[in-house]
Design a protein around this ligand. Structure first.
Ligand SMILES: [Zn+2]
Length: 441
């Protein structure tokens, strides 16, 4: 017997090429796929249907770059200059155990499902524990085990070769993709990046790393290699791999960098809340958009962004780039929503995501629009960009399976996760407190 769900009486933000919004529509879902979309007035048999009056459906959001277990340090390093912030985070992280990562990643998965995210691109340590969370939660994910290549004594977490067996163990998982994960060209020695590239070629993978976050990193790269970070990575072959490469942030680029990024289809997650909170200068996205760079959106870690609400990222992206470019016409609603769905889904290796249409996987969210901050509806997409918050999402579905129904998680035990994650995070930070240096300003 096939597994059927019929949603009725909802408006659909399809995100198709024509930006179609279908009003008072019904969606039939069978065995994980959308099999029919039709006018609810033509509904013949209401039996077993779910009435969604007052709600809209749209493709689920994709968080294209995060370090999900960093919710352990949420609120722990506030209002600090970048170097002191980084030290506080690293001191706290130095005592983290694999089980701490499991519970923190579970907390992040709960937060993401409850704010409309159906898939995420995660880069951290003890990724085997995060893979367990992805399987239990029913979400989709790309996972990267971060490696530094700084030598045994200074290495954090596992070495590159220890992570290969883990990568191979996930080879056939339908909802999990993996990357090879050097931290960045500024922390990793050149030889180590070459090793990562060779392994990516052998395993038919791409890389997921941090690139050109600050002007200082660009200057350092020119000093060391006589090349800017993007051109240095390109000269090593980092963008000519069997799978796509994800170059998180890549904020400081020149015209030649943009050409390379466009030609080689590099995916660039953009995380503006982190940049603003840590007061990192960054330019307008205008040139990258003009060059057709594949820009997607992410939260980055909750140590810098504070939460994992992708609706907040969408809104802040619009606001800051209209402001930086002094142009209120850039980044229209559908462009922003595509960055947070279709383009982001490329980092996860998802096929056919980003449009509500027949034949696509039922990876969608429902949003309750009957709320004071969401009326009137002159422009539905504008209301989504500017007014919807993660907590307005009522239901989250992946592959036709409910991960949340009417704000209640269906696959994860929220009460237990809140208790364990909170208790463990306080312990992690207390261990770190004893080692923290004190600065005088
Ligand atoms: Zn990051």
């Amino acid at each position: 017997m096939s597994n059927k769900t019929l949603l009725t009486n909802l408006d659909i933000v399809t995100l198709d090429k024509n930006e179609t919004i279908q009003q008072n529509a019904s969606i039939m879902i069978e065995d994980g796929l959308i099999t029919k979309i039709f006018d609810s007035n033509n509904l013949e048999n209401k039996k077993n249907s779910i009435d969604c009056t007052g709600k809209i459906a749209m493709p689920g959001l994709v968080n294209a770059h995060c370090h999900s277990p960093m919710n352990m340090v949420r609120g722990w390093a506030e209002d600090l200059p970048f170097v002191e912030w980084l030290e506080a985070i690293w001191v706290a992280e130095s005592g983290i155990t694999p089980d701490d990562v499991y519970w923190a990643a579970s907390l992040a998965a709960a937060e993401m499902i409850k704010s409309g995210t159906i898939a995420y691109n995660d880069k951290y340590f003890y990724m085997n524990k995060i893979a367990d969370v992805v399987k239990e939660s029913g979400m989709k994910a790309a996972l990267t085990w971060t490696v530094f290549g700084m030598g045994e004594n200074t290495e954090v977490g596992e070495g590159l070769h220890e992570t290969i067996d883990w990568i191979k163990s996930l080879e056939d998982h339908p909802n999990i993709k993996t990357y090879i994960g050097p931290h960045s060209p500024y922390l990793c020695p050149e030889n180590f990046i070459r090793q990562c590239i060779n392994i990516a070629l052998e395993l038919k993978k791409g890389l997921h790393l941090h690139v050109a976050e600050t002007q200082e990193q660009v200057h350092q790269s020119i000093e060391r290699y006589n090349l800017r970070p993007v051109q240095h990575l390109d000269s090593l072959g980092a963008f000519d791999l069997p799978d796509s490469t994800v170059a998180a942030h890549t904020l400081h680029v020149d015209q030649r960098d943009l050409q390379i990024l466009a030609q080689k289809n590099v995916l660039i997650p953009h995380c503006p809340i982190t940049y603003m909170k840590l007061a990192m200068p960054f330019p307008s996205l205008q040139k990258s958009l003009d060059a057709d760079i594949q820009i997607c959106l992410g939260t980055d870690g909750p140590g810098s962004n504070s939460d994992m609400d992708m609706f907040a990222v969408i809104r802040q992206t619009a606001l800051v780039h209209k402001h930086l470019s002094n142009d209120p016409t850039i980044l229209s609603g559908d462009t922003l929503l595509r960055m947070a769905t279709k383009t982001g889904s490329k980092t996860i290796g998802m096929q056919n995501h980003g449009t509500i249409k027949v034949g696509a996987p039922a990876d969608l969210i429902l949003i309750n629009m009957d709320a004071p901050h969401l009326k009137p509806t002159h422009n539905l997409v504008a209301n989504i960009i500017n007014c919807v918050k993660g907590s307005d999402v009522s239901d989250t579905m992946v592959n036709g399976k409910w991960l949340m129904r009417n704000r209640v998680l269906q696959t994860l035990d929220e009460e237990k996760i809140l208790y364990e994650a909170n208790k463990r995070s306080l312990n992690v930070v207390n261990r770190g407190k004893k080692q923290l240096r004190h600065y005088t300003h």
